[in-house]
Design a protein around this ligand. Structure first.
Ligand code: MN
Ligand code: MN
Length: 323
């Protein structure tokens, strides 16, 4: 693709037309499935039949896209206009087969090869948390084992659920079993609530993962949480997965399995911003359930988290260009 074509594609943004107008893509990015010459692609993964409780996250991508019209390209915290450093598209949604998780996993991992083959960083909007497994499978084929930063109220490291291995409560057990992760560089933040027993908590630590429960995160302070993440991950390639229920239900009511005592929206954004400097290879935000989100605060928060992800990519490219 020529430089001019790229420039045209990146002109579509919130200053080119009123933000309430037009067909909604993420941040009014051009909708395209031509991924050549791009830094990132935002995509939906509207699969929610891995959910064990309330379903509806299949409508997450469309809700996050819709409210993302509010987002402008300048990140005042990082002092960066993201489109000065990165170009990207809204790819649309990956193909899924509702109700058929194993088939969906195969289809998603296959379709995502497009991004891997073209060195495009995927930024995925779920879907329930089961969708992260095929993303990690696709990334493994290009990058090998990776570090993981996982924000969530839940560990998602159950071995199985009613005897079944693939649900939104098991993706990181499977990712570990399949050798997709570096366990000592896998860190989980924000866990809280009630458990089946003490053994539930060990399901992560027995695998070598680091867990910072919400209570601990508040006691040690978020700056120290950020420090631990950087110490653990170092310079390894890292995937970031953000389950919106890491945030308190007061800030993110539109999700399937709410637990009190989570991060405020302000704290969530601070944590994501604190990841700056890591070696990112992909991101997702999951578990947004628009039917339970009448004021759209949950999808708004998710869309801002996606913007912070894009800002992290922009900062990474900016630093690379400086050598
Ligand atoms: Mn989760
Ligand atoms: Mn969760």
């Amino acid at each position: 693709m020529s430089k001019e074509q790229n420039e045209i594609r990146n002109k579509a943004n919130s200053s080119s037309r009123p933000r309430f107008a037009g067909i909604k893509t993420f941040m009014m990015l051009p909708h395209s499935q031509d991924v050549q010459g791009l830094d990132f692609a935002v995509m939906g993964l509207p699969f929610d039949t891995g959910s064990t409780y309330r379903i509806g996250a299949r409508f997450g991508p469309e809700a996050v896209r819709s409210i993302s019209a509010l987002i402008k390209p300048y990140n005042a915290y990082h002092k960066i206009n993201i489109f000065d450093y990165i170009k990207g598209i809204d790819y649309g949604d990956l193909n899924v087969l509702p109700g058929y998780i194993i088939d969906t996993y195969e289809a998603v991992a296959e379709e995502m090869r497009l991004f891997m083959d073209n060195d495009v960083i995927p930024v995925v909007i779920g879907g329930d948390h089961s969708v992260t497994l095929p993303e990690l499978r696709a990334l493994y084929k290009k990058h090998g084992t990776v570090a993981l930063v996982h924000f969530d109220a839940h560990l998602d490291t159950a071995d199985s659920y009613f005897g079944k291995k693939y649900t939104h409560g098991t993706p990181f057990s499977r990712a570990c079993d399949e050798g997709l992760l570096i366990p000592e560089k896998t860190i989980q933040i924000g866990m809280r609530g009630t458990y089946y027993g003490e053994h539930s908590l060990k399901e992560s630590t027995d695998r070598g993962f680091t867990v910072i429960p919400a209570d601990e995160a508040f006691d040690m302070g978020l700056d120290n949480v950020i420090k631990v993440i950087h110490e653990k991950v170092g310079t390894s390639k890292v995937f970031v997965t953000f389950d919106i229920d890491a945030c308190d239900p007061a800030y993110a009511p539109g999700t399937g399995t709410i637990i009190p005592g989570g991060f405020t929206s302000r704290e969530a954004i601070k944590l994501v911003r604190g990841l700056s400097g890591l070696n990112f290879i992909g991101f997702d935000v999951v578990e947004v359930l628009p039917d339970l989100d009448p004021s759209k605060i949950t999808s708004c928060l998710a869309s801002n988290i996606v913007f912070e992800f894009l800002s992290l990519i922009a900062l990474m490219k900016k630093n690379l260009s400086r050598g």
